[in-house]
Ligand binder design. Structure first.
Ligand code: SF4
Length: 234
């Protein structure tokens, strides 16, 4: 009598989006907030300071972003006072954020343009925000979400891009492609929250190198796409 062929192992399906975000929401409640959310909380959601901190955060560790933001806002908490500082003075205040020389110039120019074009206010459209020097879609989306309470934006940084691919929500090569793809697969009520959930999980568990799948609550069903090696769990 012949035996039925053993079925070939099947790839795990993508994680369901909404239930996964609900689970992550419970899990991140006890974890430290990412720098921008922390600053927004401390600064009562001041849109100017959220914008400037988000510009500082590009390719910079959270602790460094937080320190630089607090030093800068102690001297220049609004566009008028930031525009009056020299680029060299801004450099010394924000060092050691990545690309601090370029960022100092962008910050000064941004402050000047906010005064000239927007009466000292942070604009509330993607078009006007990305017209500011050094402001890309990531910075604009996060500013709209955190400072303007927009629910119509998804902010994709490297954490969101990486995790959305690992759990199978998207198959994309760049954060820009991921942002476009996520609008199609994430229920709208979750758009604003995707960044906070995935960034927090990415900083603590689903790390860029050696994700800690062994202590991840999504491990039972996560397809772990493109995960080559997992981190050791103590
Ligand atoms: S840590 Fe591992 S199991 Fe958890 S979401 Fe990342 S890849 Fe999936």
């Amino acid at each position: 009598m012949s035996h039925p062929a053993v079925p070939a192992p099947t790839l795990r399906a993508p994680l369901p989006v909404a239930p996964t975000l609900v689970r992550l929401g419970r899990a991140i409640a006890t974890l430290e907030l990412p720098a921008i959310e922390k600053i927004a909380e401390e600064m009562m959601g001041d849109a100017f300071q959220v914008l400037i901190s988000t510009m500082l955060s590009a390719q910079t560790r959270d602790a460094v972003t937080l320190g630089a933001s607090l030093r800068l806002f102690a001297v220049a908490p609004d566009p008028a006072r930031l525009a009056r500082l020299s680029a060299e003075r801004i450099e010394t205040l924000i060092y050691p954020v990545s690309f601090y020389r370029n960022k100092a110039v962008y910050l000064k120019d941004t402050a000047r343009l906010l005064l000239e074009r927007h009466d000292g206010q942070v604009p509330t459209t993607m078009e006007a925000l990305t017209a500011l020097p050094g402001v890309g879609r990531k910075t604009a989306n996060l500013t709209l979400i955190v400072a303007c309470r927009s629910t119509a934006n998804i902010c994709v940084d490297t954490h969101v891009h990486r995790i959305a691919n690992r759990v199978g929500w998207v198959r994309t090569r760049t954060p820009e492609q991921t942002e476009r793809a996520l609008y199609a697969v994430v229920p709208r009520r979750w758009w604003a929250g995707v960044n906070l959930h995935l960034v927090t999980w990415g900083q603590h568990v689903c790390k860029p190198v050696f994700p800690q799948c062994g202590r991840c609550l999504l491990n039972d069903r996560c397809p772990r796409i493109n995960v080559i090696r997992e981190g050791r769990v103590a």
